[in-house]
Design a protein around this ligand. Structure first.
Ligand code: SF4
Length: 558
């Protein structure tokens, strides 16, 4: 008797589907599906290949979810978050005409629309291409949108403009069949200044600019600017901060190194066995790799040795969001960073921002990984008129600490995995905390996720909230579990899960109690994260619940 065929697991299925037909050959099928309707879409295309064109099925916005809902979210890839005003208007028009006026800025500097019908996809793609944009590789098992400093080329203290590197990597990866079948998504960031606001710690590859001293013969010592390299960062349900490798990447080596590291990931067949463990970080977490082995493999692929790392001092600022009006390094010019609550805005607001960029700035807009947006090239002597005009957008240039520090993932309205609503909750939470704690001036990051997947990055927040379902009397309602004390850069750490969860409606009061406890109990100059570190989980739980430690807090049940 022959062996019974074994059922393929999700990782095997994804690999088979991608190898049977590349997503790069999918456009004629998308045209046909648009003519023949949603029910004509083949399952493998719907569930796997569509993602590589930035298309995921979504919920209907009323709680009905699953692959049968004939609607898609569409993510538009925006390298470095850089947009020209005409591109912003194009996205606003698409949003109004084809996406029920939905529009989100994502935490990878992309734009995301919802309620897209397959019938409209070819037209939308055409409009994007005409405006120099694409949704290709915004999702899927590919090199995702390359992120960078939203102030690239403009920031005081910048060591090097990272945009040319971002564009080179984007050009190298986009549509490249050599990298069209990675085990899973692969995230890259390249920063040029010492702020690291694009979060290199949670990317698969993080290149951060750094200077090293080099002897120059008779000319004495000179600085050479290059990059530090971190690899293997990622969050989801097993967070791992990227490991810094003992290498200095010279500017002419960047593309080589990115190619070699991406190929190393692509060729790691061990990562294709289990889709939930198919990220680069699992080489370190589960397969015994360390920094030395990674460098050795990288250098083998490069065919040359890399120089050793230069000493590095991670930044310590709490707010690195570039909100408000500040001067650029170009004399006489300023930029304006608008806070976008939960990353969600209307097409009208988006268009208003494009008009402001044309009327007062250089026509350039930049989306940030904190889901905010910046207008650049403002004439400093026209700032008063600009501020008056900017007020009409309804977006703040002087946000409260809660507004500027809050990030929310997509949540149950559109995400198939969500357990809770997140966007409206984030807006309510911000307003409630502003009312409860009007004088709270410490930098605090609150990140909200609708499930354990951590798209909203709760592991690196001061206060991370993970959506859960909790009992409230006879009902089951949205609730949140608390993760405290996470951070990046100089405060890089994974947040600790605190054994406390409560209904969403009670979260503002719990956060208020926690922050009052922090203000009352902190040492001179102590940051919230450091305060959390010296409390036990039970002490933090007691602060959240408003009882004495060990008093036996009653938790809402699952
Ligand atoms: Fe969806 Fe969960 Fe990601 Fe939020 S964290 S967008 S709920 S998968």
């Amino acid at each position: 008797m022959g062996e019974l065929p074994t059922k393929e697991n999700p990782a095997q299925r994804a690999t088979r589907v991608k190898r049977e037909k590349s997503f790069l050959d999918l456009l004629p099928d998308i045209d046909r599906y648009a003519r023949e309707g949603f029910t004509s879409i083949e399952k493998d295309d719907l569930e796997i290949r569509f993602r590589s064109w930035g298309l995921y099925t979504q919920g209907d916005g009323q709680g009905v979810r699953g692959s049968n809902v004939p609607l898609f979210l569409l993510r538009i890839r925006i390298p470095g978050g850089q947009l020209w005003s005409h591109q912003v208007r194009t996205i606003a028009d698409i949003s109004e005409r084809y996406a029920q006026s939905t529009l989100d800025i994502t935490d990878r500097q992309n734009a995301q629309l919802h309620y897209i019908r397959i019938e409209d996809v070819p037209t939308i793609f055409g409009k994007l291409w005409q405006a120099g944009m694409t949704s290709q590789a915004a999702c899927g098992d590919l090199v995702r949108n390359v992120t960078t400093c939203p102030l690239a080329g403009l920031q005081h203290g910048e060591l090097i403009d990272p945009l040319p590197f971002v564009r080179d990597v984007d050009r190298l990866m986009l549509g490249n069949p050599v990298f069209a079948d990675l085990p899973r998504k692969f995230k890259l960031t390249i920063t040029g200044c010492p702020s690291w606001c694009s979060l290199p710690e949670i990317n698969d590859i993080g290149l951060t600019a750094i200077a090293r001293r080099r002897g120059q013969g008779n000319q004495g010592w000179q600085d050479e600017v290059g990059f530090s390299l971190r690899v293997g960062g990622g969050l989801a349900s097993r967070p791992h901060l990227a490991r810094r490798l003992n290498v200095f990447i010279q500017t002419h080596q960047v593309l080589d190194v990115v190619q070699a590291a991406t190929a190393l990931f692509r060729d790691s067949d061990i990562l294709r066995e289990n889709r939930s463990k198919a990220r680069l970080k699992f080489l370190f977490l589960d397969h015994g790799w360390d920094e030395e082995r990674f460098v050795a493999e990288l250098e083998r692929r490069l065919g040359y040795k890399l120089a050793p790392a230069a000493p590095e001092e991670p930044p310590r600022e709490t707010h690195r969001d570039h909100l408000g009006i500040h001067s650029q390094k170009q004399p006489g010019l300023s930029y304006a960073g608008f806070a976008v609550p939960g990353g969600r805005l209307t097409p009208g607001q988006y268009r208003d921002l494009a008009n402001l960029a044309d009327a007062y700035g250089d026509g350039n807009l930049r989306q940030t990984v904190q889901q905010n947006i910046i207008i650049t090239g403002l004439q400093t002597d026209r700032l008063p008129a600009f501020e008056t005009a900017a007020a009409a957008t309804g977006l703040s240039l002087a946000p409260s600490t809660f507004l500027r520090g809050t990030v929310a993932c997509t949540g149950i309205q559109y995400c198939k995995f969500a357990l809770t609503e997140t966007k409206a909750f984030s807006t309510t939470l911000i307003a409630d905390l502003e009312r409860r704690l009007p004088d709270f001036a410490h930098g605090i990051k609150i990140h909200i996720n609708g499930c354990p997947n951590s798209c909203g990055q709760h592991w690196i927040a001061d206060i991370g909230l993970q959506g859960v379902r909790v009992k409230a009397g006879e009902e089951t309602v949205d609730g949140y579990e608390f993760f405290l004390g996470g951070g990046v850069a100089g405060q890089a750490d994974i947040a600790r899960r605190v054994p406390y969860r409560t209904a969403a409606a009670d979260v503002p009061a719990a956060v208020e109690r926690l922050l009052l406890g922090f203000m009352g109990g902190r040492d001179e100059g102590e940051l919230f994260q450091d305060f959390c570190r010296r409390q036990t989980p039970d002490e933090l739980k007691a602060l959240l619940a408003g009882v004495a430690p060990g008093a036996g807090v009653t938790e809402a049940a699952d």
